[in-house]
Design a binder for this molecule. Structure first.
Ligand code: SF4
Length: 396
């Protein structure tokens, strides 16, 4: 039985006493294949999976009694063995530009963030995969929060369920607001491999959200062994968090680069994209521009040279300052100059506009609240405090 099937929700009896016999399987996070296997394992026909997937993911129904095309006996059995339980929304924040952020409570005193960004007909949901992140990229607010744990598949797909429900998408003939999903929220998706690929399978399944494989994107900072096997499990789009044109600079910004350097990462990414059944797909290269760190023309020329054999499009992201970082936002001049060099070199190069500033939902600002098991957040706060204290001591 899979991890997800084993991650059972413990319900409490009337007296509030936990009973192992009352543990239930949370069907929300079971991939189509795993749900089918589960029905077979309880002596039911595999087609029940399709029926239940539609009730849960297309109609937003979590109460088995409302699943009217299922016999009363099976509904009773489902009540005994299973549940449909999404994580709890603590707060929903709506920006003046239409961006919507959800603060989602994760057991253990944690909060993760999910952000919906509307753009014309397109509505992109940025989904978190872990509580915090263990990789500590130097420009990332999530990394500074430390790490607690991986999210379960139910907690990942639950973010899509919650967002779609908030827009009425999970109603018959309701408006379709969430058209795209990017695994770019808190966490490194490839370090939570099984739960992320199961969730992406649900996003793309026609009995669930039916989002096209060209509209679901996994973004990685470069966990090469996991990327090497990704193609066996999904055909979603791929984004690489690159942020530097050479290993020396990337080692500083994205420390996992010391283990899996740029050449190794680009080779693996290219194998993934070339292994997809449909041709002409490109890897998205994400490059966060930081003032006087990686924003000079020579960096742009070096990047153009680095990527010349790789099918890519480039997305430039102006760094969004946050309290635990000394980096500054790139100037508009440097940003335009960087883009012009890449366009002149023949690359499709877009600039990600900052959205949801008034609700701290911009790229790189997702911090949630992490019950940090690494003590990294404490170290950063202490460093910051020392820097603040320093001038005071000098005056004394
Ligand atoms: S950029 Fe991504 S991989 Fe790096 S610390 Fe932030 S969440 Fe983790």
């Amino acid at each position: 039985m899979s991890d997800e099937m084993n991650s059972k929700v413990v319900v409490t009896g009337a007296e509030g006493v936990k009973s192992p016999t009352m543990e239930k399987v949370n069907l929300l996070g079971l991939s189509p294949q795993k749900l089918q296997d589960w029905f077979v394992s309880i002596g039911e026909k595999p087609f029940r999976a399709k029926q239940v997937l539609k009730w849960i993911h297309q109609l937003g129904i979590s109460d088995f009694d409302l699943m009217t095309n299922i016999s009363k006996d099976l509904r009773k059995k489902l009540h005994t063995l299973a549940c449909v339980k999404a994580p709890e929304v603590m707060q929903q924040l709506d920006s003046s530009d239409g961006t919507r952020k959800f603060l989602i409570s994760i057991p253990g005193g944690n909060v993760v963030e999910t952000v919906f960004i509307p753009d014309g007909e397109r509505g992109t949901l940025c989904v978190s995969s872990q509580v915090g992140c263990s990789l500590d990229c130097s420009f990332c607010a999530t990394g500074k929060q430390g790490f607690n744990r991986d999210l379960s598949a139910a907690e990942i797909i639950g973010q899509v369920w919650i967002a779609a429900k908030s827009f009425g998408q999970l109603m018959p003939d309701g408006p379709r607001k969430v058209t795209n999903v990017v695994m770019m929220g808190m966490g490194e998706p490839l370090l939570n491999f099984d739960n992320v690929v199961d969730s992406m399978a649900l996003m793309m399944d026609d009995n669930c959200y039916g989002i096209s494989k060209r509209r679901v994107t996994l973004s990685t900072s470069g966990v090469v062994p996991a990327l090497d096997k990704l193609g066996q499990y999904t055909d979603a789009c791929l984004a690489i968090s690159l942020h530097a044109p050479n290993d020396e600079l990337r080692n500083e910004l994205v420390p996992i680069n010391k283990k899996y350097p740029i050449a190794m990462l680009l080779d693996s990414a290219q194998r993934y994209i070339e292994g997809l059944p449909d041709s002409h797909r490109k890897i998205t290269i994400e490059y966060t521009l930081i003032d006087k760190v990686n924003d000079r023309p020579e960096h742009a020329y070096e990047l153009a040279e680095l990527l010349k054999e790789v099918p890519v499009k480039i997305n430039l992201i102006p760094f969004n300052p946050f309290s635990l970082s000394n980096y500054k936002r790139v100037s508009n001049n440097a940003l335009r100059r960087f883009q012009d060099i890449l366009i002149s070199a023949g690359y499709t190069t877009t600039i990600r506009t900052t959205r949801g500033d008034d609700i701290d939902a911009a790229c790189g600002q997702l911090a949630g609240s992490v019950n940090d098991r690494t003590r990294r957040s404490e170290r950063y706060r202490n460093t910051l405090q020392s820097a603040v204290d320093e001038p005071v001591r000098l005056i004394q």
